[in-house]
Design a protein around this ligand. Structure first.
Ligand code: T46
Length: 141
């Protein structure tokens, strides 16, 4: 599985650091929604779903957590701990997030508005969707 970690340029001077996220520059899609996860409790595992259409970029703006990404063939585990790095998650990727540090703030930029019908929250259904997409030439078959 190809994991895309987007380097985000830091504009720093003696006052501190600043990172700008701009559609068409370092963000390769039109941003429809921004949300952030924080105060995730110790030992909690979140996610457990894939999206049919949604693409997202995730940035650990503070603290860290791990992502398990699964395209139905391969699983990759990534530590997200750098505010100058954006993790691109395409559609039809199962994700689980875990080992959140107490201070972790995960900011997510999404190319779609929130739509519960875009979620696949059952792993077996996810595998079936991947299988049928491959048979019909979809989902990067
Ligand atoms: C993802 C990972 C990284 C909304 O009402 N609007 C929203 O935009 C979102 C994202 C969620 N919600 C509601 C739906 C649930 O009642 O907030 C509650 C928690 O959402 P969820 O259980 O989906 O959260 P996570 O942490 O499992 O997943 C979220 C995103 O949903 C998902 O797209 O990729 O963060």
């Amino acid at each position: 599985m190809h994991i895309k970690l987007i380097p985000l340029q830091t504009h720093g001077d003696e006052r501190g650091a600043l990172i700008s996220l701009e559609e068409g520059k370092n963000i390769p899609f039109s941003i429809k929604r921004v949300y952030y996860l924080f105060k995730t409790k110790e030992g909690v595992r979140r996610g457990f779903h894939a999206h049919k259409v949604l693409k997202q970029i995730v940035v650990a703006v503070r603290g860290s957590c791990r992502f398990l990404l699964d395209d139905g063939c391969e699983k990759v585990d990534i530590l997200l701990d750098n505010p100058a790095q954006g993790l691109l998650i395409e559609s039809f990727i199962w994700r689980e997030m875990y080992e959140f540090t107490e201070d972790c703030v995960l900011m997510v930029l999404a190319d779609q508005i929130y739509d519960e019908s875009d979620y696949i929250r059952n792993y077996e259904v996810f595998l079936e969707n991947i299988g049928s997409a491959k048979n019909t030439g979809g989902a990067d078959a």
